[in-house]
Design a protein around this ligand. Structure first.
Ligand code: ZN
Length: 319
């Protein structure tokens, strides 16, 4: 399970009367939070980000699994981010995924608009170390067994473990959910996290990280998918492909890659680019982890990202 540990450098800092006496390390940390860990590293450029997004969109179409989040992001309603949707290119997807190409917000189901922030956070917790299908099953099973979060809070841990067993790591995830609900109730007096919608990105990061068991990657996913903020989570696919394309230094760890990419990628491109890179990492035979792709859909097509990087480097790059 992730833990925040020393990842709090993004939190707003208290004004310090002894600022001039700050140590070199403190100054470096403060500078990293405002400029990112690699302020002189010039990639990716905004043009590259746009080109990669367009290439991947032409190849895959907009991935169906993310359309409900895109709809929530760009549909009018409370809590919607200010950035406007980019027009999606009118190209035919190469691999017969035309029915998965993004449809108009007006014609897409709006179920995600009814999803609470707490629903989104728990579903993100359940998605750790398992497939999308298994975590969706685990969440549905949890909601079926315990319709309200008050029910989950009151339930015996063993009963929750049984309900979410199909998503794996049920003991750890149950403990995390129980602690979250307990902490939330103590802090706010009710099991509701809609108050996060009125906070800034930095305030949300600080707030979510104050709950035990919620780490930076979970926070980034909640920001992007469930709070419609412009944030760019770095999962295993995004991390691997970003390194291969030289978008982050080869020495970067995932946390530094997250900070750097969030500084470099234009806000209005973050959501689409992230969804497309994750999808591409799962589907492309050349970019998939260890060269193993989950679905054989791109094996006959050249990878559009090969022009941005040396593809043969992929297998040499270790996470
Ligand atoms: Zn590829």
């Amino acid at each position: 399970m992730e833990s925040c540990g020393d990842k709090r450098k993004n939190q707003p800092k208290e004004p310090s009367p002894n600022k001039s006496k700050c140590s070199k390390t403190e100054n470096a940390a403060a500078s990293e939070s405002t400029e990112g860990p690699y302020p002189t590293y010039p990639r990716p450029t905004p043009e590259e980000c746009g080109a990669v997004r367009d290439d991947l969109l032409a190849l895959h179409g907009f991935p169906q699994e993310f359309t409900k989040f895109r709809t929530a992001r760009y549909s009018p309603g409370p809590g919607v981010a200010s950035s406007s949707p980019l027009p999606l290119v009118k190209s035919e997807p190469i691999h017969g995924e035309g029915d998965e190409f993004l449809s108009c917000p007006e014609t897409t189901p709006l179920e995600s608009r009814n999803e609470s922030v707490l629903d989104g956070l728990v579903s993100t917790l359940l998605s750790q170390n398992t497939t999308e299908a298994n975590s969706a099953r685990a969440f549905a099973s949890l909601k079926s067994a315990f319709p309200t979060w008050e029910d989950v809070h009151a339930a015996e841990p063993k009963c929750i473990e049984n309900a979410i067993k199909c998503g794996g790591l049920s003991v750890t995830k149950t403990s995390c959910i129980k602690q979250l609900l307990k902490g939330l109730l103590e802090k706010r007096g009710k099991l509701c996290m809609e108050y996060l919608r009125d906070m800034s990105v930095e305030e949300i990061k600080a707030e979510l990280c104050s709950f035990k068991g919620i780490g930076p990657k979970t926070v980034a996913c909640v920001l992007m998918f469930h709070l419609q903020q412009d944030d760019f989570p770095v999962d295993t696919h995004v991390f691997r492909i970003s390194k291969a394309m030289g978008w982050v230094p080869t020495s970067a760890d995932r946390e530094k890659a997250y900070l750097h990419l969030n500084k470099r990628i234009p806000n209005e491109l973050k959501f689409d680019l992230n969804c497309l890179l994750v999808t591409h990492g799962k589907l492309c035979v050349k970019c998939a982890k260890k060269g193993v792709h989950r679905k054989k859909v791109t094996s006959d097509q050249p990878c559009p990202l090969s022009k941005y990087c040396c593809i043969t480097e992929f297998k040499r790059i270790k996470e």
